[in-house]
Ligand binder design. Structure first.
Ligand code: ADP
Ligand code: MG
Length: 307
């Protein structure tokens, strides 16, 4: 076995057979490793947020784009790279004078999108028609300028937007005074978004992109630090869980540093360790788990990334 990375985790013993059957499996599992909760859930829980150097740079660029009123900002990244998680972090740290609207469902018509934007900004429009919605939004944004406010619209899964809706979004970015853009629009999506924006009919929008960020997977060191970070979030620091260096390396290799896949991999590996009744995780302990992990990661790759 090669070098071992350890973090403090309380040592807990699995109960007797009868206890094992009468208790919730998850409770037994968490108690065995001394976890307060599952460390690798695939949810964008801000308590688990890990700030890699690249995440830091991406956040800085997004903030720059918003505060400098750069109009369009584009954030791309592979499926599971952490776009939605980063977006939540971004929203949480914005100052209150920046009003926000977030659109999660991008498979909508132009008017439906406009209506969702108006609703999410908390605007009460006079009419529900396109014109009424547009005028209500323009009035809200102009009023915001007078109050020294800024507005930020975030559209997730923007690779699914159709061309007509993108044109509608471009028209929104036309809302401006002679000095500044009234609304900053963040388009977030998978790398296909980049291909979509290359279409000749979208050149007007493309030319307005003020900030472009691509969220890469973690480096090998970041993958290790990410795993240790998530483990430390659920540990109370009394005993030890040990992971050999080659296990970290294999996880990085299989997942290419993609956080969602790292979570899935670590979940499987911990289950294997639990089955072996050990908190010393070696390649030997994780052998079967890695077969499953290779399958899951290969499938993701083969499908070009499924959601
Ligand atoms: N920076 C991060 N810190 C902690 N967990 C993360 C981070 N980035 C991603 N994750 C984890 O990976 C999962 C997938 O990330 P997500 O933001 O949904 O990816 P995407 O939106 O790019 O498909 C999240 O639910 C979260 O558990
Ligand atoms: Mg997402």
């Amino acid at each position: 076995m090669t070098e071992i990375q350890t973090i403090a985790v309380p040592q807990a013993r699995l109960g007797s057979g009868s206890q094992y059957h009468s208790e919730n499996y998850l409770d037994c599992f968490n108690r065995f490793f001394g976890f307060s909760e599952s460390p690798f859930n695939n949810t964008p829980d801000p308590n688990f947020f890990f700030m890699s150097q690249h995440h830091h740079e991406a956040l800085t660029s997004l903030n720059f784009g918003i505060y400098q009123r750069r109009g369009f900002l584009v954030l791309t990244g592979e499926v599971g790279a952490g776009k939605t998680t980063l977006c939540r972090q971004f929203l949480a740290q914005l100052s209150p004078e920046i009003k926000t609207a977030v659109i999660l469902n991008s498979r909508v018509s132009g008017t439906h999108l406009l209506s969702s934007v108006v609703q999410d900004f908390g605007i009460i429009p006079r009419g529900k028609g396109r014109r009424g919605l547009y005028e209500a939004l323009a009035a809200f944004l102009l009023d915001g300028i007078n109050r020294n406010q800024n507005a930020c619209l975030i559209i997730d899964e923007a690779q699914c937007l159709n061309l007509r809706v993108l044109e509608e979004i471009r028209l929104l970015s036309n809302l401006e005074t002679s000095k500044q853009k009234l609304i900053q629009i963040v388009l977030m999506g998978q790398p296909e978004l980049r291909d979509l924006l290359k279409k000749p009919s979208l050149r007007q929008l493309r030319q307005r992109i003020g900030v472009y960020v691509h969220l890469r997977g973690f480096t090998p060191n970041e993958t290790r630090d990410y795993i240790l970070h998530r483990l430390s979030c659920v540990s109370r620091g009394e005993s030890k869980i040990a992971i050999s260096t080659d296990v970290f390396e294999r996880i990085h290799e299989a997942t290419r540093g993609t956080p969602r896949l790292i979570n899935t991999a670590c979940d499987r590996i911990l289950m294997a360790a639990y089955a072996h009744q050990t908190s010393h995780i070696t390649l030997d302990v994780a052998r079967d788990a890695f077969e499953e992990i290779s399958f899951i990661c290969a499938q993701e790759k083969g499908e070009g990334g499924s959601r």
